[in-house]
Write a new protein. Structure first.
Lengths: 605, 318
């Protein structure tokens, strides 16, 4: 009943869990020591360690019952960790939202595993897999849909993401890092495990198209909502939605290729998706840890109150910059390597003779490019407003660098961002057996894997070598230095004040704000982000002398307005109607029992 | 060994051509614009004198600037040099073409832009922020259009390697008159105007706070730092024009790394780029700068043209 098995897919996710678990645990030493909020550090760390255990058991479980138990244990532990600061009402609400959504997901998973059980007559994954061939097409599609919804809630795909931007910021930062880095990836693990492994090798094409559609919506809307945030941790949480979208682009592409009989391309696309799983775990973990360090010393998550932290927290700033560049897919960091592979895998869709895919691919590629560019814009904002310029508040003015363990753990992740970035082949060779198990091809036949070069031999062949790009970027710095020295001699510097348009000195308020920074994007995408702003002006005597001006800006989520609000309203209304059954009279209840008994006697003899 | 030597030498030659020819092209544009305004204008070599002057001047650093501000000019300049090695300018295949394809180039451009935008925020002035915000917003709508325009050209070659694309055009020149290819050219041309900050998207000659984008970000730069950033912008313009000319009119491009062929390639390249530069100058002289929030409409045109190009490929075939 309770059996564990480590195949290549489990091994890969174990690696993801272990790398981030290692860094976050080290970080927690310094973080929980200083954090005044931790009244019960012992209890907190006990739960934290249990969460790591449940993650490890989850990705190695080879039995549906064990898998579901671990799934629930993980969800409940997560809840307890989220509501660590349960004194605040918003944290309790975030926790409640999380636990509601995750259980909706679990309901779908239970339904899914029971369907699989009814064909395989066993809860063991092996038996389920063996029976997949006997399932009718409609049932297979049903299982696929249940998996997409059930695991999608955990992964945070749109429109099931609503708990994510509430719960991730509410949790302590080390837990947020683990949640965004690893816990949401268990959703991806589940989708890959069920759709590629348990359902066998012949997916239906619309599955892939559906996953691509979900992926595109999650990626673009995720990054747009992130741009509208100026709460550093909420911003990062929305980026998790975006990156899950990018991962699912690889997964969806793989399903399409696999259904159309192109196993090599399918392997390539899945490799791109899984590679991004690891990369996102590393850089998002790093960014959340960085946000935690900032939060710990400044006691605010609002970046409008920060600024100039690069001088107060030099190490944190440098590592956060590495993470920001990696998530923006800048070469030669790890985010670039996996996005490049995703682009390449998708572009091969043009060579597949299938109209639906040919129409889906240009849209997906263009929107992936849009996502990448918007992510870069967002991280210019997040890093620039938080760490550059001058301090916008006393909190930021008096900030100080974090303890050594926290810096070391962030440094470890930053080094991994660079290391995997310039030697992507090392990770890709780990992924080869994973995809080989599903498609029976080696990605080596579609992509050569030197450790420093990404190269694809399909079609006319393409390659990109982050290693040599890094080498050239470093080496060619000699050119401008040599030119400048030859023409102008040694550099002469003078420190002066930034020009303040003739005013005597520059004030922190003169700097651009995060809200101002994202204004053009808010206007360009006004139809999607739906910003609503209110201006209240209080005049004293004449409109020329204003006493106070209050400005409030809200961005409304279309999902809240058009999906969740009507849904909750409907549920509440239904509950209200059903309440009429509860009259409070003993006789009525006896009548109910009597009617039920008669009905049972008639129908269920 | 001989092979390695010729690769290194031709790569160095390619970088030198781009480095040295880029200011000249800027001079051509300025001269043409001056002539169109009935002015005599500065000499064609004026941009070189400007660069030398800047390189000799001392650097004034803002007291609120951090190390980001100081490393940015080097990152921008170096990333442009790496791009110069990857774009087919003088010969196909480019000696080091396997180091990066077009997607790599797009993201290397993003690397430079990322740091310039950060430097804009680093100096704590409102202008830097305004420029960074506008630059990142416009670039985020440029990038999908650019990617589609490139993909439209890459589809027939079956590769995103620029050298492979250009080489396939050299061997089958019929593709050059394919309607889809022409649409992609117009799409990429508009993208080039936006990406290099020319009218009607941005005006490289203004320092008016209401309109400036790129100039606002680099307002606090001076001395050699400014020289590197200006020079990098000139190289960017040159490389985009070179890319357009070789992807759509690959005439005279060298097929081998022989010194003679390379020199012919360089001469042909500069001639083609000068023609395109004059076209840019004519567009700049006859058009007004667009309002910031009209720019997305222009880029939407580029995007739709590239999408049409792709659909045409599917309908008529490559």
């Amino acid at each position: 009943m309770f059996s564990f098995q480590v195949d290549y897919l489990s091994a890969f996710f174990l690696l993801v869990v272990s790398i981030l678990g290692c860094a976050v645990s080290l970080y927690s030493i310094g973080y929980t020591n200083q954090f005044t909020q931790f009244k019960k550090t012992g209890l907190f760390l006990f739960l934290y360690n249990l969460l790591l255990v449940s993650l490890i058991c989850l990705v190695t479980a080879s039995n549906a019952v064990l898998f579901l138990i671990m799934w629930e244990v993980m969800a409940l532990l997560n809840y307890l960790l989220i509501v660590n600061e349960h004194e605040s009402a918003s944290t309790r609400r975030a926790g409640f939202l999380y636990i509601t959504m995750t259980h909706i997901g679990t309901a779908f998973l239970v339904a899914m595993f029971l369907t699989l059980y009814s064909y395989g007559h066993s809860f063991d994954f092996i038996a389920m897999k063996a029976a997949a061939g006997t399932m009718p097409a409609a049932v297979r599609s049903l299982v696929f849909l249940c998996a997409l919804v059930g695991f999608g809630v955990k992964a945070g795909i749109m429109p099931l993401h609503i708990w994510l931007p509430e719960a991730h910021p509410a949790a302590p930062s080390n837990v947020s890092a683990l949640m965004s880095g690893v816990v949401i990836k268990t959703g991806i693990y589940g989708i890959v495990r069920v759709v590629f492994d348990l359902l066998g090798p012949n997916p239906v094409e619309w599955w892939g198209i559906l996953v691509l559609a979900v992926a595109v919506v999650s990626a673009v809307l995720g990054v747009l909502y992130a741009l509208m945030e100026h709460d550093l941790k909420r911003l990062l949480a929305y980026h998790s939605v975006e990156n899950i979208g990018i991962i699912l682009m690889g997964v969806g592409g793989s399903l399409c290729f696999s259904s159309l009989g192109h196993p090599t391309l399918a392997a390539l696309a899945l490799t791109a998706g899984l590679f991004h799983v690891l990369n996102h775990a590393i850089f998002k973990g790093l960014l959340f840890l960085g946000a935690g360090s900032v939060n710990q010393t400044t006691h605010t998550r609002n970046i409008e109150d920060l600024g100039g932290l690069i001088k107060k927290l030099p190490w944190t700033a440098a590592f956060f910059l590495v993470g920001a560049a990696a998530i923006s897919a800048l070469p030669p960091l790890n985010g670039f390597a996996s996005e490049w592979l995703t682009f390449q895998a998708l572009l091969f869709g043009f060579n597949v003779s299938d109209l639906a895919l040919k129409l889906a691919i240009p849209v997906t590629v263009a929107l992936l490019a849009l996502t990448g560019a918007l992510a870069a814009a967002c991280f210019v904002k997040a890093f620039g407003i938080t760490f550059l310029g001058v301090a916008r508040s006393n909190h930021a003015e008096n900030a100080s660098e974090s303890p050594l363990t926290m810096i070391v753990s962030m440094g470890f992740l930053a080094v991994l961002c660079i290391g995997i970035g310039i030697a992507p082949g090392t990770v890709l060779s780990l992924l080869d057996p994973v995809t080989n198990a599903f498609f029976n091809v080696h990605i080596g036949s579609g992509a050569a894997l030197n450790s420093g070069t990404l190269s694809i031999q399909q079609g006319a062949g393409t390659s990109s070598s982050p290693f040599f790009i890094a080498l050239l970027l470093v080496g060619l710095v000699a050119v401008p230095i040599a030119i400048a020295t030859a023409v102008g001699g040694r550099i002469r510097r003078r420190i002066a004040m930034t020009w303040a348009c003739g005013l005597e000195k520059i004030e922190p308020q003169m700097q651009y704000t995060a809200t101002g920074f994202s204004k053009p994007i808010r206007m360009i995408f006004a139809n999607i982000v739906r910003a609503r702003h209110e201006i209240e002006v209080e005049n004293e005597t004449s409109p020329y002398f204003r006493q106070t001006i209050r400005y409030e800006l809200k961005t409304e989520s279309i999902f809240h307005n058009f999906l969740y609000r009507p849904l909750t309203r409907g549920v509440l209304k239904a509950a209200h109607t059903l309440r009429k059954l509860q009259t409070g009279h003993l006789q009525t209840y006896l009548a109910y029992i009597f009617i039920t008994l008669i009905l049972l006697l008639v129908f269920a003899r | 060994m001989n092979d390695t030597l010729s690769i290194v030498l031709s790569a160095a030659f390619q970088i030198c051509v781009v480095l040295l020819a880029a200011p000249f092209i800027t001079g051509v544009i300025k001269k043409t614009k001056a002539r169109m305004q009935n002015r005599k204008g500065a000499g064609l070599l004026q941009p070189y004198s400007d660069l030398v002057k800047l390189l000799k001047k001392e650097v004034i650093l803002s007291s609120s600037a951090s190390w980001i501000f100081r490393v940015t000019p080097y990152i921008v300049f170096t990333s442009m040099l790496v791009i110069a090695l990857l774009i087919p300018t003088l010969a196909v295949p480019v000696p080091l073409h396997w180091i990066g394809d077009i997607i790599t180039i797009v993201y290397l451009l993003a690397l430079g832009r990322f740091f310039v935008a950060l430097a804009g925020l680093d100096v704590a002035s409102a202008f830097g922020g305004i420029g960074s915000s506008r630059e990142m917003s416009i670039s985020s709508i440029v990038e999908p259009a650019m990617m589609l325009a490139i993909v439209a050209s890459a589809v027939t070659a079956g590769s995103t390697d620029l050298s492979v694309i250009v080489a396939s055009l050299v061997t089958s020149p019929v593709t050059l008159v394919h309607p889809a290819h022409m649409l992609a050219f117009v799409g990429l041309f508009i993208v080039m105007l936006a990406e290099t900050g020319r009218i009607p998207v941005d005006n490289p000659e203004t320092h008016l706070e209401l309109t400036m984008i790129h100039e606002a970000m680099i307002l606090e730069y001076s001395g050699r730092y400014l020289a590197f950033i200006e020079w990098a912008s000139q190289m960017k313009l040159f490389l985009f024009l070179a890319l357009l000319s070789n992807m759509f009119f690959p005439v005279g491009i060298a097929a081998s790394l022989q010194p003679g062929a390379l020199i012919i390639g360089a001469a042909a390249l500069i001639a083609k780029v000068v023609v395109l530069a004059v076209a840019v100058a004519v567009i700049e002289s006859t058009n007004a700068k667009l309002r910031l929030f009209r720019v997305p409409e222009l880029l939407m045109v580029a995007f739709i043209l590239s999408l049409l190009a792709l659909i045409l490929y599917f309908i008529i075939g490559g």
